[in-house]
Write a protein that binds this ligand. Structure first.
Ligand SMILES: NC(=O)c1ccc[n+]([C@@H]2O[C@H](COP(=O)([O-])OP(=O)(O)OC[C@H]3O[C@@H](n4cnc5c(N)ncnc54)[C@H](OP(=O)(O)O)[C@@H]3O)[C@@H](O)[C@H]2O)c1
Length: 240
């Protein structure tokens, strides 16, 4: 399969690339930075992994930068994984509209535009393709300081559900993976005390495994999951 993965430079996105490559897929990765970790994976999977540096906050240029210059119509796209995101953490009474708009551009507007063009590619090639969005458990359990970020994930979940409904008749599926707290760059600013409090809210008293999230994405885009669409799959160590 040909797979487009956003946020491939580190963390969950890099692990999703790794798992999909291990299973023989060709991966087109997008992020701003061309990191050493990504380069190492590229060396291991020469000819199967491609990279383009794109700032996904520019929602208007996505058609050109991603779907004309990188994954053009000649590429038969089977899968789009929307993983790239940023967190705007603050309490609601401090909400700043410019920062909110900047986060929504990356977390919501660009993924929606990319879904549009990914589906168009799938329709062009009659591909029974699949889309996976990465959400966050914060949209379901609530955490102080994450209202703005969680709201962007809630928007994605609704978008995925309705996309599944709209395009299921053409064999195109859309699902969401809802991870719990993971040890990545995004969560690196938290103190040990804050992390402990988060872990205490999980059944397994630990951070969610990045590998487990990536393996779940890989399952959802595979033929094994051909009857799964419009779903949210929680990979969160049992967060309450
Ligand atoms: N970490 C957690 O605890 C946690 C929990 C639940 C859900 N999630 C979700 O899991 C997903 C992956 O998060 P992570 O923890 O792996 O975060 P991360 O380590 O911060 O990685 C984020 C990725 O998104 C890319 N990205 C961010 N802004 C971008 C932009 N403007 N243009 C292009 N690429 C951009 C980054 O690449 P560049 O910086 O190179 O552009 C990076 O590859 C996200 O959707 C996040 O919301 C994370």
């Amino acid at each position: 399969m040909n797979v487009l993965v956003t946020g491939c430079s580190r963390g969950v996105g890099l692990e999703i690339c790794r798992v999909l490559l291990e299973q023989g897929n060709t991966v087109y990765g997008v992020a701003r930075s061309y990191t050493d970790e990504f380069k190492a994976l590229e060396a291991e999977y020469a000819g199967k992994l491609f990279f383009k540096s794109i700032d996904l906050s520019d929602s208007e240029s996505i058609r050109k930068s991603v779907f004309k210059e990188f994954v053009g119509n000649k590429v038969v796209l089977d899968v789009y994984v929307n993983n790239a995101a940023m967190a705007y953490d603050d309490i609601v009474t401090n909400l700043n509209l410019d920062r909110l708009k900047a986060m929504y551009a990356v977390n919501v507007f660009t993924p929606m535009m990319m879904t549009k063009y990914a589906i168009r590619n799938m329709l062009l090639h009659h591909t029974r393709g699949s889309i996976v969005h990465i959400s966050s458990i914060s949209a379901h359990t609530g955490y102080k300081g994450l209202a703005m970020y969680a709201s962007s994930k809630g928007a994605l979940e609704a978008f995925s559900k309705d996309t599944a409904r709209e395009w299921g008749g053409m064999g195109i599926r859309s699902n969401v993976v809802v991870p719990g707290f993971m040890e990545t760059a995004m969560s690196s600013t938290l103190t040990d005390d804050q992390k402990d409090r988060i872990y205490k809210r999980t059944s397994m008293k630990a951070a969610t495994s990045v590998r487990s999230v990536a393996e779940t994405v890989s399952f959802l885009v595979s033929e094994k999951a051909c009857s799964i669409t419009g779903q949210n799959i929680y990979v969160d160590n049992g967060t309450i």
